[in-house]
Structures are given as structure tokens and as C-alpha cells.
Design a protein around this ligand. Structure first.
Ligand code: NAP
Length: 323
């Protein structure tokens, strides 16, 4: 594997910089994945909910066919959507996701969000989204995280996932699951940027040997397209005086400073871009070091502002996962 890696509690190495696949349009997704692999990305971060796993698989297949990489050099991540949290739904949906990708195992498979929702049959709608009726109804399932985790652990036994982990979990739930997990979560994927540092959650993960992957590293940038007022009201991190000043000092882009701020503190990052010309730039983030004083100044921007929570996305029935 090329580039820096993080050793997981499962024993596998995870690339520290990967490529995020949320909101990569289906029309350009296969080419984007192919170009990302060509640019040197080895970790691809997908999910059922992104609705583009087939196209991701097409990009991977082309890269494999052309001999750019071997399957074992890639680290493919996917996630379990909450409507599939009922234990009996886990393996069938994972098999479908694997088939979409055209592979026979995931390197890492995550529970996408805590809070099981009532099953929606893929023949009715896939990906199912948050609402049971596809419009406004939130219908919960009685399944606990413990039940879901048992089924996710069974994926490792069945050879369908090499490592397993969680996403969007907070400390209380993690403390609880560490009491019963036969296989502890190898990674925790969370929203993480200078406006949402979550230092205590990072402390807990470190103490428990759980690797943390930061998502939405550019903060509000990813959420402007949803018309979030609190994203529009903030100074864009990529134009922030502190970040641009540090970037100038190192002859780097503000985006690279934001990613390096995370990787230098031991986190993995998974930036997304639909622009081929940005791919190499977002991957080249470990070739310089920030001064500790600058790292501290960036961390001090923490304001506890979260963008990616289901209650921000719809006006109908809500879920308050981070309440
Ligand atoms: N587990 C979860 O619940 C969860 C939630 C959110 C995200 N994620 C994962 O994390 C990945 C990354 O997060 P994200 O997609 O929210 O956003 P992000 O990586 O923070 O990117 C946000 C926006 O910044 C732009 N951008 C990218 N590189 C740039 C650069 N060098 N300079 C200026 N602008 C740049 C991109 O637009 P362009 O495409 O136009 O370049 C993108 O739309 C996702 O794709 C997904 O895989 C997971």
C-alpha cells in the first residue's frame, strides 16, 4: 500500500488519506473512481445511501482490468443504512452492496448511523433514505445496536468484511458497545473540521484503540448546496484568514492545511471532489508539517457546529441522533 497508513485493531492497515464518494454524481462516478485510483487513492469511502455503488464498481473494474492496481491494494469501505439494521437484513444487503461494487469483500464496513429504522424492501426503493414512505414518515425499528453489531460481527466470520466499525456514534453508545462487542469497532467515522473538533470523542477513541476518520473536513463547504443557513452564515474555512495565512506560509492550498491539521493529529481523511484537477492536491497532504502553534490555533476555532445531522435535512418528522 502506498502512502501513510493507520494500523487498525483488526490487524489491517488503512490508508490515512482516501476518497469520499458522497454526492459524486452517478454520471461521472465511474470515471471519478477510476481517476482517483489513477491519481493514487487506495481507499474509497462509499455507502448504500450514496446511490452510486454500481458506478463505483465500474470505476474499480476498469482500474483492475487495466492493471492500475490489484484488488488487495485497494481499501474499499461501505456502510449499513439504518433501514437495514435489523439483524436478518444485514447480510443480504451487504451481499447486494458487494455485488454492486463487483467485489467479494469490503475492507471496512460501518454502521452508518445509530437508530434503526423499519426495513424498506430494496424492490420498493433503493437506496431507501430516511423516510419509510419515501416522503415524510420516520418509522423506527425495535432493533438495538447490540443486535445490529452481532450481525455486523458475523460479516467478519463470513469473510464479507475484513474490518468493521461505526459512524456518527457518540461516547455514551461507544462505551456501551465496548462492553458487549466480541470484535471491537476498528474505526469511528465522524464529522470533523475546525468548527466541530469533538476533542473528548477523539480522546475516547484514542484510549480505546479506535481509529478515527474525519468526514466533511472542509466544514460548511459540503452543505451549502442544501441551503443550510448556518453553513452560509459562517466564514468558509477555505477562505478563513488563519487557514489561508498558514497555507501561504507553507506554499500549500487552504484545503491541504485543513486535511493536514487532521492527519497530523492522527486522523484519517476522505475528501471528496468531482473535479479531476483537485484529486492529486487533496491526496498530497502529508508532505509538509504544520507548526504545533498553528495546529492549536486551528483547533481553537472549535464552535461545536454540526452540519450533517438528519434533523437539518427535512422539515417533516425528524430524528435527533446527536441530541
Ligand atoms: N459517515 C457519514 O455520515 C458521512 C457524512 C458525510 C460525508 N461522509 C464521507 O466523507 C466524504 C467527504 O465529506 P464531504 O463529501 O461532506 O465533503 P468534503 O470532502 O468536505 O468536500 C466538500 C466540498 O469541497 C469541495 N472541495 C473538495 N476539494 C477541494 C479543494 N481542494 N479546494 C476547494 N474545494 C474543494 C468539493 O466540491 P467539488 O466536488 O466541486 O470539488 C466538495 O463538495 C464524503 O464524500 C463521504 O464519503 C460520510
Amino acid at each position: 500500500m502506498t502512502g501513510s497508513t493507520i494500523k487498525l485493531s483488526s490487524g489491517y492497515e488503512m490508508p490515512q488519506v482516501g476518497f469520499g464518494l458522497w454526492k459524486v454524481d452517478n454520471k461521472i462516478c465511474a470515471d471519478t473512481v477510476y481517476n482517483a485510483i489513477k491519481a493514487g487513492y487506495r481507499l474509497l469511502d462509499g455507502a448504500c445511501d450514496y446511490g452510486n455503488e454500481k458506478e463505483c464498481g465500474e470505476g474499480v473494474a476498469r482500474a483492475l482490468k487495466e492493471g492500475l492496481v490489484k484488488r488487495e491494494e485497494l481499501f474499499i469501505v461501505s456502510k449499513l443504512w439504518p433501514t437495514f439494521n435489523d439483524p436478518e437484513q444485514v447480510e443480504p444487503v451487504v451481499k447486494r452492496q458487494l455485488s454492486d461494487w463487483g467485489i467479494d469483500y469490503f475492507d471496512l464496513y460501518l454502521i452508518h448511523f445509530p437508530g434503526a429504522l423499519k426495513f424498506v424492501d430494496p424492490s420498493v426503493r433503493y437506496p431507501p433514505g430516511w423516510h419509510h414512505d419515501g416522503k415524510s414518515q420516520i418509522v423506527k425499528s425495535k432493533t438495538t445496536i447490540q443486535d445490529t453489531w452481532r450481525a455486523v460481527e458475523a460479516l467478519v466470520d463470513a469473510g464479507l468484511a475484513k474490518s468493521i466499525g461505526i459512524s456518527n456514534f457518540q461516547a455514551q453508545l461507544i462505551y456501551d458497545m465496548l462492553r458487549y462487542a466480541r470484535i471491537p469497532p476498528a474505526t469511528l467515522q465522524i464529522e470533523h473540521h475546525p468548527y466541530l473538533v469533538q476533542q473528548e470523542l477523539l480522546n475516547l477513541a484514542k484510549e480505546e484503540g479506535i481509529a478515527v476518520t474525519a468526514y466533511s473536513s472542509f466544514g460548511p463547504a459540503s452543505f451549502l448546496e442544501f441551503g443550510f443557513k448556518h453553513a452560509e452564515a459562517l466564514v468558509p474555512l477555505l477562505k478563513d484568514d488563519l487557514i489561508t495565512g498558514i497555507a501561504k506560509k507553507h506554499g500549500k492550498e487552504p484545503s491541504q492545511v485543513l486535511l493536514r491539521w487532521a492527519t497530523q493529529r492522527g486522523l484519517a481523511v476522505i475528501p471528496k471532489t468531482s473535479r479531476p484537477e483537485i484529486l492529486a492536491q487533496n491526496l498530497d497532504v502529508n508532505s509538509f508539517d504544520l507548526d504545533q502553534e498553528d495546529i492549536d490555533k486551528i483547533s481553537a476555532k472549535d464552535s461545536g457546529i454540526r452540519f450533517n445531522q438528519p434533523s437539518n435535512y427535512f422539515d417533516t418528522q425528524k430524528m435527533w441522533i446527536f441530541g
